[in-house]
Design a protein around this ligand. Structure first.
Ligand SMILES: [Cu+2]
Length: 470
């Protein structure tokens, strides 16, 4: 723990850099105690106990930073520090973040609020914080070298500005960005409107999360920071499915989901069962005339999107990035395509030497989800997540929107799996199949039928427990 004396020393060192912001010595002498979070769970929305009221957001697998009012200024204290983030049960990553977690806590304020953020650096190298998307004095923009001196290890800097426009924002370092963002340093920021706003609707549920990505070798703990494109963990708020909490709503709720992309590639975010409209970007609320219904919205690098819809279809609806490689976890990469390859002869030879040898992906990759291959200690299979009907075969950027009729007002606990009404689940056809009707028809002669030698193709999948499946 830092002593108060140490904080004062740190605070004293910054007066030069922020003198223009007129941060009084009195304000800084009373540095707020930094709140910290030990758990990766979705914390209940933080209902404001001071300042102007608003409807708080739900940070998926995250939390909102408490503040204190000091002579009409909202004061927050962020601590940049190494953290251990549980990315999914059984898989912990050594990241950098803020106040005990990666991403850092969500900051929620109201349009017009004067905000003072103390930033203490407990990292082994210097840092800064850029308030992505905000209107603010240039010297508060957090660009290391350009608008401020770096925050050296052990120092505390103060940022102070008025949250001038309502909307969806993020924060992240603008100092050794490649390293610090690859290590998980980022957070969400929401500025609520101060009064009814013609372009900002009130909603029942307001979810926020950041899209981020890591490259962590299976069995190791620390991300490789030089990776530019080939990440193996695609996450929301530094969690990967099945470690991402579901988005629980009541039937008929108006729902908003705000997402920011701090990865190195775009993510087409796709919701099942409903159409949504994009009601906001990094630039603020979108004019109503520009809104049209979609079921997928692409979020480019560095962008934010907020989408809205009425949750009027009961069920467990998949919600995920539509790049199929982004719904995979580690181990899903650099595996050659083996579908349809008959390697019985080769396998027979290899198993003479390595009795447990398995062929990966002979029938597609679904076998891999079933097999639960032996893995190194600290990683997670590439596709997991058990649903009521079996393996969901997903990982990474995937979760479930749970829409329920029977959920009590104000109760957003996970309701469990959806109980489908009788006769509403896809089922197996068990009648006899009609004969194929193809080449005999007119027009089909361009590709005359070729007689295929009648021979059963045998596919054997060897499982770790020794028996073979067909
Ligand atoms: Cu993606």
């Amino acid at each position: 723990m830092n002593t108060r004396r140490k904080f004062l020393t740190g605070a004293g060192a910054i007066t030069g850099a922020v003198a223009a912001a007129a941060v009084s010595k009195v304000a800084m002498a009373a540095l707020p105690e930094p709140a910290t979070q030990a758990k990766p769970d979705t914390m209940p929305p933080l209902v404001p106990n001071s300042g102007r009221p608003y409807n708080p957001v739900v940070t998926l697998n995250g939390w909102t930073l408490p503040w204190r009012m000091n002579s009409g200024v909202k004061e927050f204290h962020l601590v940049a520090e190494p953290v251990v983030r549980e990315m999914a049960p059984g898989f912990k990553a050594h990241l950098w973040g803020y106040n005990g977690q990666s991403p850092g806590p969500t900051i929620e304020v109201v349009e017009g609020d004067r905000v003072r953020i103390f930033v203490t650096n407990k990292l082994p190298e210097h840092t800064s914080i850029h308030w992505h998307g905000q209107r603010l004095p240039n010297g508060m923009d957090g660009v290391n070298g350009l608008t401020q001196k770096a925050i050296d290890p052990g120092k505390t800097f103060v940022y102070e500005f008025v949250a001038r426009r309502p909307g969806t924002f993020m924060y992240h370092p603008h100092a050794d960005e490649m390293t610090q963002m690859a290590m998980g340093m980022m957070g969400f920021w929401v500025t609520h409107p101060k009064a009814r706003h013609p372009l900002i609707d009130e909603v029942d549920r307001d979810f926020v999360f950041l899209l981020n990505a890591y490259d962590i070798e299976p069995g190791s703990y620390t991300p490789k920071i030089m990776t530019m494109l080939d990440f193996n963990l695609w996450s929301w708020n530094s969690r990967i499915f099945p470690g991402i909490d579901s988005l629980n709503v009541r039937l008929g709720d108006k729902v908003r989901i705000r997402m920011g992309n701090l990865t190195m590639t775009n993510h087409p975010m796709h919701l099942h069962g409903h159409e949504f409209v994009v009601t906001g970007t990094d630039g603020g609320p979108t004019p109503r005339g520009t809104r049209w219904h979609e079921v997928t919205t692409d979020i480019a690098v560095g962008q934010m999107r907020q989408v809205e819809f009425i949750a009027n279809e009961e069920g467990d609806w998949a919600f995920h990035c539509h790049k199929s490689h982004h719904t995979m976890n580690a181990m899903g990469h650099d595996v050659p395509t083996m579908i349809g390859v008959d390697h019985r002869k080769v396998v027979r030879q290899i198993t003479n030497l390595v009795p447990d040898y398995m062929v990966m992906g002979e029938r597609g990759m679904a076998d891999m989800a079933e097999m639960e291959m032996p893995l190194p200690d600290n990683t997670i299979p590439m596709m997991t997540g058990e649903g009521p009907f079996g393996s969901v075969e997903m990982g990474g950027m995937f979760s479930v929107l749970k829409v329920r009729r029977e959920q009590k007002r104000g109760d957003y606990a996970n309701p469990g799996w959806f109980k489908h009404p009788a006769g509403t689940v896809a089922y197996e056809f068990t009648g006899s199949l009609p004969p194929p009707d193809r080449t005999s028809k007119a027009g089909a002669g361009a590709m005359p039928a070729k007689s295929v030698p009648k021979k059963d193709v045998e596919v054997r999948i060897r499982k770790p427990n020794g028996h073979e499946g067909h």
